[in-house]
Design a protein around this ligand. Structure first.
Ligand code: NAP
Length: 356
């Protein structure tokens, strides 16, 4: 056999294997229809866009963040777009107990049937109106921690079929996306800030995962962890933020190994994002970064596709994340140089803390 054939045959084998693998894994929006999904950090940015995509696909959605007024708008929009149900819980992820509370909400309420269960009240002292009082329901549906269902199903209560009767609260997908505010500039030595950011960006992710695991094991569901290029390679001016994102990689990649050893069929998708055009990111970095941000709605859809296909890692955009990372093992200093060259350096170190 000639040398060319020796190379060509394995190469063709690889191409065929790649083609087969890709053809098998085609995303269809139906994959997420009726799925019960928590999206954290969904009051703005990429999380908000993920909620809207999920709504169009007909998922049951529980969104969370701190700002109640924004969450109300997100829930309202989700219902307009076709969500099977949408509700919110507001609070801060600085508090581990709140992170666990959000998961318990999913346990008791996501995808409950029949739809006459219009609203669940979670604030102490909150008055739950009766199902026969449309005005009170409409008002209360906007309250803290409330559930809002599609208007079409609001006032009707069809008898549940036996299959529906078996539906209970539960969880198919946990999307961990929220991020605490940090500063943009040289590391200032503030250890307390690093600790606080670790609590929001890392420990709350661990707490939610731990609480959600029994439900995810039952549904053979998915965990989606939204990270960053800054969690794969050192980035200047975001030292505390980068540290929290590296921690996510360490925790969730190790957990994935243990799931495999224990035959736990829960997928973990780590999302490595480049610069995205969310308000916060543009406000903090547009002046100093020499690249155009990618659109947040497209980014959100790519994350959901990767999650539905149970990918281990998702890179968006591929050209500004996966490709440079190929240099990490063979030319680390070149990669460091490329990262630094993204910045207009004179402006960066003195840049003020982002306002939120
Ligand atoms: P964003 O627009 O600032 O949204 C952050 C979300 O987190 C908001 O909903 C915010 O809502 C919530 N949040 C902030 N502090 C919180 C707290 N203490 N407790 C609970 N929720 C809190 O951010 P984004 O740009 O969409 O980023 C989303 C994810 O993508 C993050 O994990 C980020 O690291 C990652 N990422 C983004 C970029 C980018 O360029 N945009 C690049 C790489 C990676 P409230 O203020 O109402 O609480």
């Amino acid at each position: 056999m000639g040398r060319l054939q020796k190379i060509l045959i394995p190469f063709l084998g690889l191409v065929l294997a790649f083609w087969f693998y890709s053809a098998r894994d085609t995303f269809k929006p139906e994959m997420l229809r009726g799925k019960r999904v928590i999206v954290t950090g969904a009051s703005t940015g990429i999380g908000e866009q993920m909620a809207y995509h999920l709504a169009r696909m007909g998922s049951h959605i529980l969104v969370t963040a701190r700002t109640e007024a924004r969450l109300q708008n997100v829930v309202r929009r989700c219902l307009e777009l076709g969500a099977a149900s949408a509700r919110f819980v507001s609070g801060t992820m600085e508090d581990t107990a709140f992170a666990q509370h959000v998961v318990r909400e999913a346990q008791t309420s996501l995808a409950l049937w029949p739809p006459v269960i219009l609203l669940q009240c979670h604030s102490p002292g909150f008055h739950q109106p009766s199902a026969g009082d449309p005005a009170a329901l409409a008002t209360a549906a906007m309250g803290h921690g409330s559930e809002m269902l599609q208007p079409s199903s609001m006032w009707s209560a069809p008898s549940p079929s036996p299959a529906h009767r078996q539906l209970r609260g539960g969880l198919d997908m946990l999307i961990l996306n929220h991020v605490g505010a940090s500063y943009f500039g040289f590391f200032d030595g503030d250890v307390e800030h690093v600790r606080k950011l670790l609590e929001i960006n890392f420990l709350s992710y661990v707490a939610m995962t731990t609480s959600a695991l029994p439900m995810l094991k039952e549904s053979e569901g998915s965990i989606v962890v939204v990270s960053s290029m800054a969690g794969k390679v050192g980035f200047p001016f975001t030292v505390p933020y980068s540290a929290t994102k590296f921690a996510l990689d360490g925790f969730f990649s190790s957990l994935r190994q243990e799931f495999t050893i224990q035959s736990i069929n829960v997928s973990i998708t780590l999302c490595i994002l480049g610069f995205i055009d969310t308000e916060r990111a543009v406000r903090a970095a547009a002046e100093v970064l020499q690249e155009r941000p990618a659109p947040r709605d497209e980014c959100a859809l790519e994350i959901l596709k990767g999650a539905a296909l149970r990918r281990r890692e998702l890179y968006y955009r591929y050209s500004s994340t996966r490709l440079p990372l190929l240099l990490r093992d063979c030319a680390a200093e070149l990669l460091d140089y490329l990262v630094r060259s993204r910045y207009r350096l004179p402006a960066a170190p003195g840049a003020p803390r982002p306002p939120h």
